[in-house]
Ligand binder design. Sequence first.
Ligand code: ADP
Ligand code: MG
Length: 249
Amino acid sequence: MTNWTPDQPIISIHNVHKSFGTFKVLKGVSIDVMKGEVICIIGPSGSGKSTLIRCINALNDIQGGSITVEGQEVHDDKLDKLALRKKVGMVFQQYNLFPHKTALQNVMMAPIKVLKEPKAEVEQRARALIKKVRLEGKEDSYPGELSGGQQQRVAIARSLAMRPDVMLFDEVTAALDPETVKEVLITIKDLAAEGMTCILVTHEMKFAEEVADHIYFTDKGVIVEHGPPAEFFKMASDPRTREFLSQVL
Ligand code: ADP
Ligand code: MG
């Protein structure tokens, strides 16, 4: 139990340092996220975006600083990792659905196996989530029968089935065909509009501009620049940010 209240950041990343061996990947990263906010992290490949995302739900350890979720230190040996990962949903570039399970079964699996929730209740929730990600009618389809974008939306529904308070998205459209990228972005927009707190790593600049409350540009393990989208895109003053934006816009 913590004394966290919703007027405090739901996620607070403070001066985080992360190394793999002697290689310093994150060198003092700080980000605060309020409940209901959408934060986009952009930056060149290798700048530490995925590493940071993985630190938030304790898939990576850290060597300095702190990360709290709802006031609770994530990198505390006593932390209940399962409870953390229930609270913090994560979707990756590779959706890794179970190929021999239908869309509905994929969404139902974790609440039944991990949370031990009653099947009937989980099924009802899973059907509603499939509808929410605009895949009504695809409940009984197998991943192989779905497009990449549809599979990624099943993966998003699967993550939502755990009823997270926060969602982390790490380049979830990067592996998709251009024509299916949009439908995944629409799903994320829907979620954001409903007030889900989201941290997104993305290369979709237009999307970031539309959906983000705040954009962070990272390079070589530090935040070079950040601000609300309107300011960020107009004023990006650091040469590294300018160079990056000139390549992706
Ligand atoms: P990004 O997501 O911004 O492309 P990553 O966080 O994946 O960057 O990687 C940042 C740096 O950390 C890269 O140089 C990468 O090679 C290195 N790295 C990532 N994961 C590991 C790991 N498990 N072991 C060693 N080095 C890693
Ligand atoms: Mg990455």
